[in-house]
Ligand binder design. Structure first.
Ligand SMILES: [Zn+2]
Length: 325
């Protein structure tokens, strides 16, 4: 340890002092079918896509660290034009949820990502319209409802729609209720800002099947980063539609939005610390340009200070390891 650096005990006490505890941490889990071994990615050191069979080991590690919530992203081996694998009862997310619920029951809170971008050939979060250009909002929402219901049937505790389609929250709420899942909560990705900070995640989830994934432009349905009012409107809409919690992503660049929502609306809010935020800290630390431990803690403290009730982060395990409660 260099002079002037804090040790892990001191950093843990700083996290305690902003009111963070392990129950507020949500760890992303990427799961893949038919993988011989976990797939690693250069821009996200220490993060892998986990084969279904290895998920038990991963969850045991989290539970031993005191983390009890995960958000599951599926990385299916095949895509098609309508993302049909997303709502397949034997899709990768559905199989993962069934397996983990059987093994861990209520000890594990399972949130599932509800979107189509990992399942369709375009890589967009919605289905393409007839001209193969614009996203067709209504057919996408219908597909998302089917996905959410199959996740609930598999045993998910919370579904997290992330495609930013209009009306997705109210439609999913209605579908879940109609199928008898009125107890399933909706954690809506309400303010997903257009950003290059999702790139490492896309190279992890998209690169094998979508050659030009780097040029994907989702600006027509994601929130612009120049207009805080629009971020707030999106969140207010989702609350009106029945969201139980909302997500703002990325996290560090949108602390003003988190803070404003917390102060004005007093609604449960999650900060999603995305792959690019993770990659920036990891790469700078690997070059010895910053102190990784201090920066991780600084950024997580900032999200908590801004008002986040829940933090979704690739740093969860590191943070849990130094938190006292
Ligand atoms: Zn998506």
């Amino acid at each position: 340890m260099q002079k002037g650096q804090r040790n892990k005990g001191e950093l843990g006490r700083l996290l305690d002092s902003v009111g963070l505890n392990k129950k507020q941490l949500v760890c992303p889990l990427f799961v893949k079918d038919h993988a011989k071994e976990g797939c690693k990615i250069a821009s996200m050191p220490d993060v892998s896509v986990v084969p279904l069979e290895e998920t038990t080991t991963q969850i045991l590690e989290l539970i031993n660290l005191g983390i009890s919530s995960i958000i599951v992203f599926g990385v299916p081996s095949e895509r098609d034009s309508v993302g049909s694998n997303a709502s397949d009862q034997n899709g990768i997310v559905q199989k993962t949820v069934r397996k983990l619920k059987m093994e861990f029951g209520d000890a594990l809170n399972i949130i599932t990502d509800v979107c189509l971008c990992h399942y369709n050939l375009s890589g967009h979060c919605g289905l393409l319209g007839r001209q193969n250009e614009l996203i067709d909002n209504d057919s996408t929402v219908r597909a998302l409802c089917e996905v959410a219901v199959t996740h609930a049937q598999a045993g998910a505790d919370v579904v997290s729609p992330s495609s930013m389609m209009d009306g997705q929250v109210s439609s999913i709420r209605t579908s879940l209720d109609e199928h008898g899942y009125d107890n399933i909560k909706i954690l809506s990705v309400s303010a997903k800002h257009f950003s290059s900070l999702y790139s490492p995640f896309r190279s992890l989830a998209f690169s094998e099947q979508i050659r030009d994934y780097k040029s994907l432009d989702k600006s027509s349905y994601q929130v612009p980063y120049t207009n805080r009012g629009e971020s707030v409107r999106e969140i207010e809409n989702d609350i009106r539609e029945g969201a139980d919690m909302v997500i703002v992503k990325p996290a560090i660049l949108y602390l003003d939005v988190i803070s404003m929502i917390k102060e004005q609306l007093r609604f449960p809010i999650a900060a999603q610390n995305v792959s690019g935020e993770y990659a920036m800290i990891k790469s700078a630390a690997a070059n010895n340009w910053i102190n990784e431990e201090e920066w991780k803690v600084t950024s997580i403290c900032a999200m908590k200070r801004a008002g986040a009730d829940i933090i979704i982060s690739y740093f969860c395990k590191d943070i849990a390891a130094i938190l006292n409660c």
